[in-house]
Write a protein that binds this ligand. Structure first.
Ligand code: TRP
Ligand code: SF4
Length: 379
């Protein structure tokens, strides 16, 4: 049984269009999104404007990267029947809300965001002394608040951004929530409906058509993806920039080849040496991808030198290939019909615009930025 849409909590998350995704992206985020689409009202956005906050100088691969991300999403099992997938720049309201939120966001809040200093240090080759880079968590806040998301699934590095979003929402509500009434017809509301609104903290002035919403923006909750750290072939965290990743699009032979070169327990030099899967990156992969039976075989065989590393690696390759195969089949379906994937994005962006525009209406009203021409010349 699926629950009715009204009772579903809303989820929003986003990814930068960085091109083809790898197993770490799948285990760290995508797999969780695929699960969430069954229970939540999910919005997933490819944040092309965010990409510009660090890669503004060269935009030549933006479109190609964006399509690759979308294809990997679809390949991994995000289903346009179950979630909304869209492009940030196709919904101009993200820019408008970013602008308005930037007015109320103290500089100190942004300078204190941990990723700000870290990234500026780590990405030395880029000049990140820009207005856009400092303000990008505000853009992320706009992404989240436009959809009034309840839950934002993110990795650890992004939790501070969701926290900032909560603070911005609170500040916005404190300034504006009761400042300007929403003018609506309330006389058609039944007493029961009014009761529900009142219990929400919404104020309805008696005998008028004014509704004062308690809050414009609910505060979103970060949901930390319960993801194990996925090692790449060199034992460091799997990452595109380390060139140690297994891509979701890697054919079976490439997967097997990459795993063959993967580092193992350094204490196990010869076949006759005993090893320890708990300190071996291949052992980590088994813990994530292999069946309990295989894991037991690895544990026993490695510690007793009963199995060789080559054999052990081939088992983990089997498990990974089994996960990637159906993804690659699905991806092919969309690669063969590029129009299909774009149609999904366009439909998603249209749906996102409806919700974002409705929120912007409320925001403009709350902020007093709602100018109607006079009804007549009397006043
Ligand atoms: N900033 C996130 C990242 O770099 C991506 C992102 C943008 C995002 N907007 C978002 C994530 C909204 C969650 C919700 O990974
Ligand atoms: Fe690692 Fe497997 Fe070799 Fe043990 S047998 S060291 S777990 S690769």
């Amino acid at each position: 049984m699926t629950s009715t849409p009204a009772t579903k909590k809303r989820v929003l998350s986003g990814m930068r269009p960085t091109g083809k995704l790898h197993l770490g992206n799948y285990v760290g985020a995508l797999q969780n999104w695929v699960r969430m689409q069954e229970q939540y009202d999910c919005f997933f956005v490819i944040v092309d404007w965010h990409a510009l906050t660090t890669d503004y100088g060269d935009t030549s691969r933006l479109k190609e990267n964006l399509v690759d991300v979308l294809l990997d999403w679809l390949a991994a099992g995000l289903d346009p029947e179950k979630c909304v997938m869209f492009i940030q720049s196709h919904v101009p309201a993200h820019a408008e809300l970013h602008l308005l939120l930037s007015m109320i966001t103290p500089l100190g809040w942004l300078e204190r965001v941990p990723t700000y200093k870290e990234q500026k240090e780590n990405l030395k080759e880029k000049d990140l002394n820009t207005y856009g880079f400092l303000g990008y968590p505000v853009l992320q806040s706009a992404d989240i608040l436009l959809y009034k998301a309840d839950v934002v699934p993110v990795g650890e590095d992004q939790v501070a951004h969701v926290e900032l979003t909560r603070e911005i929402a609170r500040r916005f509500n404190a300034f504006y929530a009761y400042a300007h009434p929403l003018v609506v017809e309330t006389n058609h509301l039944t007493p029961d409906q009014k009761k529900v609104l009142n219990s929400n903290g919404t104020k309805i002035t008696p005998d008028t058509d004014y509704i004062f919403p308690r809050v414009v923006f609910p505060e979103p909750q970060a949901l930390l993806t319960p993801a194990p750290r996925l090692p790449g072939t060199d034992g460091r965290k799997m990452s595109k920039s380390y060139d140690n990743a297994v891509m979701l699009t890697d054919p079976e032979l490439v997967v097997r080849q990459k795993l063959k070169t993967m580092v193992t327990d350094p204490a196990r030099v010869r076949r006759t040496d005993r090893g320890n899967p708990d300190v071996c990156p291949v052992g980590d992969l088994h813990k994530i991808f292999s069946s309990p039976e295989t894991k037991a075989k690895v544990n026993e065989g490695c510690r007793s030198a009963g199995i060789g590393c080559i054999e052990c690696k081939s088992w983990v390759a089997d498990a990974i290939v089994k996960i990637l195969n159906p993804m690659q089949e699905r991806r092919k379906k969309y690669e063969d019909k590029p129009r299909l994937a774009w149609d999904i994005l366009e439909a998603g962006s249209a749906r996102a615009r409806e919700i974002a525009d409705a929120t912007m209406d409320e925001v403009r009203k709350a902020m007093g930025l709602y100018y109607e021409s006079p009804k007549d010349d009397a006043k």
